[in-house]
Write a protein that binds this ligand. Sequence first.
Ligand code: NAD
Length: 415
Amino acid sequence: MTEELNPFKIAQEQLDMAAKLLKLDPAIHSLLREPKRVLEVSFPVRMDNGQVKSFKGFRVQYNDARGPCKGGIRFHPQETLDTVKALAAWMTWKTACVGIPLGGGKGGVICDPKQMSRGELERLSRAYIDAIGMIIGPELDIPAPDVYTDPQIMAWMMDEFAKIRGYNAPGVITGKPIPLGGSQGRGDATARGAVYTIREATKKLNIPLKGATVAVQGYGNAGSYAAILLEEMGARIVAVSDSKGGVLSEKGLDPRAVLQHKQKTASVVGFSGTKAISNEDLLETQCDILVPAALENVITGKNASRISAKIVAEAANGPTTPEADEVLFKNKVFDIPDFLCNAGGVTVSYFEWVQNVYGLYWPVEEIHDRLDKIMTKAFNDVYDVHLRNNVTMRMAAYMLSVQRVAEAMKLRGWV
Ligand code: NAD
């Protein structure tokens, strides 16, 4: 990873810019440039062939001034500590941006889940919780799913934590299956939240959502549900992709049928009636709304000027580099920044945690209604700062969130 694409360096630079605009107290600024706590672990896992393999994992607790740390766990072969630190910082801004009483954290394990059996994944998930168990808990730090982790993995992790502590504590982890205390509406929450912010953006920009064309990069949890929900609202999905490549159809794709195809063949590639495109082509597809929903640093100084979309809705974390941000702003591409756009996941995770702590569960309609109110308010709060200060939506989101975290730190007497 080159230094300019190091996500943590990018997260620090973005904070520095917000701190300057806010004239932030230097003591608060310097505390916010680094995580509060970093745990790096190595642990053994017995593989199906009988051999023991050692894996490396991380848990980063970035800031807990506004509440317990909260953030997902990634299983990825290219996971790095700096990526986890950046994601933990973004979680801190995300929970503050949507105004929920939580801080920011993140976890990751360097592994290739696509090459592992379910049994190996279960043993890895349990071993990771054994290794980080002493620093997580419902009042301390609450993990969740992220790239290549799913509700079943959350169930194994919750069970392992219960074994360590000797009692049930469903609030230790969110994104669980519903029979184990998962929330209604968690499955599509990230995408649904993103779609609510897209709806608000189209209102501000006077772009009718009905008939708007959409390209989605990444067809996992965030991307596939975003495509399905946008199509339900009348938009036309013209291109989608995953790690193996992309497909294009100007007439429009049926996102549910694409998902079935991916479930059958492990990729969107080869979906009938489409033209094959690369992930690079997908980003430059002629469309009104581009939804990056895969990994970091895909919109860069190199391709930003070729983005034709009017709205970029960052369902993924960190898809746009600072250099690309400037180009998009200059070209009047309206960017809904990651920690606002994809905050629906953590918001419904927060609902899950509240329901676990209360032992009282809400119907899905109530989840959707509460999520819509929170996302709409957050979008409009950020939009107001954007207009008032003539800064990008990303910088506006930073200014709002950093100020909220700084206020909590001051009130606690940390500085
Ligand atoms: P996922 O594992 O369900 O899906 C990831 C998708 O991206 C897969 O379709 C995969 O094939 C594709 N992909 C991987 N590498 C790619 C590449 N190089 N080019 C194109 N596609 C590629 O993951 P997810 O949960 O949907 O997460 C996607 C993004 O959304 C991540 O940035 C994640 O941090 C962010 N996010 C997810 C949640 C959530 O609740 N799931 C919440 C907030 C943010």
